[in-house]
Design a protein around this ligand. Structure first.
Ligand SMILES: C[C@](O)(CO)[C@H](O)COP(=O)(O)OP(=O)(O)OC[C@H]1O[C@@H](n2ccc(N)nc2=O)[C@H](O)[C@@H]1O
Ligand SMILES: Nc1ncnc2c1ncn2[C@@H]1O[C@H](COP(=O)(O)OP(=O)(O)OP(=O)(O)O)[C@@H](O)[C@H]1O
Length: 300
């Protein structure tokens, strides 16, 4: 095979409950991931060495050196296979960078699936999931997509059946937020408040809303323990969330570590109208309608 293309979705977290800080610097989570129809594409071609290029609207913000998550993924796969392999990777980027939508994780997952195929390794998903977990807490979910509960760092996944399609609007912000800084700010706020941090629990009403496809119930049960930290670091997100609610969003939330804001709409038409209102009123610079759940990294 001389060229392989993989499409990988972005995610939003419909519940992100963050437990106490662990000794290894991570937090135990109850993390309900939901894959949405904003995609990066990873194209892998035969080559001597592992290299990466990035196209698309966010390309200038993505490193093309060894820190690129797609390169790290391809290297980890080659190491797992015990051989030296090359791949010329091209990322066509549509997922906001450092936006809380797991863009880098999507590219890592895309590179794993693409190189597994390009190099004819035939590794099962189980092996790819293990390599993915070592690359980052969100990478295993990017492989499977759909809707899933992540525990541990977020890498231990159980898939969740959903009762329908949900319609969303995403408003990326100018500039990103570092995931580690948002978790650190969350710890700082908690320490300052002095309150005990409870062990994270799955929200049963949220599970029911997902299972029945009830967008109204999902909207009123969205939660993100990182939101207060993201809003402290980026106070201008508060008015954007408020504007979405005023325009009829069923729920408005910071996506993961932010700063992208996510709005749940009633249906596809409402999502289009909401996106238009948010940009027309200047509440958001750009806003994109999308739906979920969608499948994870897939060969096309
Ligand atoms: C915010 C989320 O996107 C929600 O899905 C994820 O929890 C972050 O996942 P990710 O970007 O894949 O993060 P990683 O690359 O694994 O970790 C980056 C940094 O985030 C913090 N981190 C991440 C995951 C976790 N469960 N606890 C943490 O405290 C740690 O400081 C870590 O050094
Ligand atoms: N392929 C990649 N795409 C995007 N960013 C990458 C990539 N590889 C490395 N990075 C680096 O990772 C940082 C985080 O980018 P990413 O888009 O994954 O953030 P995020 O969506 O907030 O992540 P998450 O939601 O998983 O916490 C970027 O600032 C960038 O320097």
């Amino acid at each position: 095979m001389s060229s392989v293309t993989v499409r990988v979705p972005a995610k939003v977290n419909v519940q992100l409950s963050v437990g106490p800080l662990r000794e290894d610097g991570y937090h135990d989570l109850v993390n309900v991931f939901h894959a949405v129809s904003i995609f990066d594409e990873v194209v892998a071609k035969e080559s001597e060495a592992i290299t990466v290029r990035v196209n698309g609207k966010w390309s200038d913000q993505v490193p093309v050196d060894d820190s690129n998550l797609a390169i790290r993924a391809a290297r980890a796969l080659a190491k797992h296979a015990g051989r030296t392999y090359g791949a010329d990777l091209v990322i066509n980027k549509d997922i906001p960078v450092a936006g809380g939508m797991a863009g880098g994780s999507a590219d890592a997952a895309g590179a794993l699936v693409a190189c597994n195929e390009l190099w004819g390794l035939g590794l099962p998903l189980e092996d790819l999931m293990e390599i993915a977990g070592d690359l980052g807490s969100d990478v295993p979910f990017s492989l499977i997509g759909g809707t899933a509960v992540g525990t541990g760092r977020g890498e231990q996944l159980s898939e969740l059946p959903t009762g329908g399609t949900f319609h969303w609007v995403f408003a990326p912000a100018i500039g990103g937020l570092s995931t580690a800084s948002v978790y650190a700010e969350c710890d700082r706020l908690r320490q300052a408040s002095g309150a005990e941090v409870p062990w994270p629990q799955l929200n049963d009403s949220l599970m029911e809303a997902l299972g029945t496809g009830d967008a109204y119930a999902l909207g009123s049960n969205l939660s993100n323990d990182l939101q207060a930290a993201a809003l402290t670091l980026r106070p201008e997100l508060g008015p954007t969330l408020d504007a979405g609610r005023q325009h009829g969003a069923l729920g408005a939330i910071v996506s993961g570590s932010g700063p992208t804001c996510a709005f749940l709409a009633i249906d596809a038409t409402h999502a289009r109208d909401l996106a238009e209102s948010l940009t027309a009123t200047g509440a958001a610079r750009t806003a994109v309608a999308a739906h979920g759940p969608v499948q994870g990294a897939v060969l096309i």
